[in-house]
Design a protein around this ligand. Structure first.
Ligand code: MG
Length: 159
């Protein structure tokens, strides 16, 4: 069996706002994430993990931030593109593991909904998708509440 792993990492900074979008779920918060698209930092990390497993560049190469058509884009478009590319090449996604690093907003109450949304977008069962969170113990930019970081692993297999 041909098994491939990929990792993804992303960061977006906070700016003034009233909600963030993480794994496609809108979470009310006193700030929003700055970005060319909807700034879904978690979905970007997952998308990059899939591109990484395919050894096919990164999200910025497939969807250049300089291209005005991706302004405000729903990041589901990016994720679905990566999933489609995997399928085109004969790979199934075995599982996804995504970690969100921030002090606030609290991720726990939304994690189940995030998993369900990501699984739905990728055509996977929810037990194939993990969404978890940690803080950085008030250290660094995530600890100071300046932004959110996310990292992800994707495992792909060709039966
Ligand atoms: Mg990003």
């Amino acid at each position: 069996m041909d098994i491939r792993l990929g990792n993804g990492f992303d960061v977006h900074r906070f700016e003034e706002g009233d909600h963030v979008i993480l794994c496609g779920i809108r979470i009310p918060y006193s700030k929003k994430l700055n970005g060319h698209s909807d700034a879904d930092v978690a979905m970007h990390a997952v998308t990059d993990a899939i591109y990484g497993a395919l050894a096919d560049g990164d999200i910025g190469q497939h969807f250049p931030p300089s291209d005005p058509q991706w302004k405000g884009a729903d990041s589901a478009v990016f994720l679905k593109h990566a999933v489609g590319l995997a399928a085109e090449r004969g790979y199934q996604i075995s599982n996804i593991d995504c970690t969100i690093i921030c002090e606030l907003p609290k991720i726990g109450p939304h994690a189940a909904q995030m998993r369900a949304q990501m699984a739905d977008l990728m055509g996977l069962d929810t037990d194939q998708v993990s969404v978890k969170a940690t803080t950085s113990e008030t250290l660094g930019f995530t600890g100071r509440g300046e932004g959110i970081a996310s990292l992800a692993t994707a495992a792909l297999c060709k039966p």
